[in-house]
Write a protein that binds this ligand. Structure first.
Ligand code: SF4
Length: 163
């Protein structure tokens, strides 16, 4: 901000304006299974009020920037999770909510059918451990995604950014 004769001028960059706008309007797609999905649904209800972050649920991956993967993901479900992720436009972000989505959780040792972490099939931006994590924790994870978005460069927008 600079003081000029007759007023004040604000200078910024296009990148900052775009990043602030994107961070303040993250529209999310739900992939909820098992117990963690109940906490995720609770986070979207009026008590926690995600809308105040500019975050809205979208039923279509093509309109979503952020995917919540909450709950136990089996190997049978894994291709659907990957397909939905690939249908989202770039730049896109993922939160793995709960021990199951992060690493297989309590099923890590007990079953061959559960994926040992959703990061085995799609890139994950924030891992949120817990069994289940509370809605407040999911909100904190969303704030971490917002902080990440605000620091990004335009060239980071493609999925190639993750190598
Ligand atoms: S992490 Fe715990 S609460 Fe969440 S889906 Fe797995 S078993 Fe259920």
């Amino acid at each position: 901000m600079e003081n000029m004769p007759g007023g004040t001028v604000v200078t910024t960059s296009l990148e900052k304006v775009l990043n602030e706008s994107r961070a303040s309007s993250l529209w999310y797609l739900l992939f909820g299974t098992a117990c963690c999905a109940i906490e995720m649904m609770c986070a979207g209800a009026s008590r926690y009020d995600f809308d105040r972050f500019g975050m809205f649920f979208r039923a279509s991956p093509r309109q979503a920037d952020l995917m919540f993967v909450a709950g136990t993901i089996t190997h049978k479900m894994a291709p659907r999770v990957k397909l939905l992720y690939e249908q989202m436009a770039e730049p896109r972000y993922v939160i793995a909510m709960g021990g199951c989505a992060c690493s297989g959780g309590p099923f890590y040792y007990d079953t061959y059918a559960v994926l040992k972490g959703v990061d085995q099939i799609i890139p994950v931006d924030v891992f949120l451990p817990g069994c289940p994590p509370r809605p407040e924790s999911l909100m904190e994870a969303c704030i971490k995604v917002q902080q990440k978005v605000k620091k990004e460069k335009l060239q980071d927008w493609s999925s190639d950014r993750r190598g």
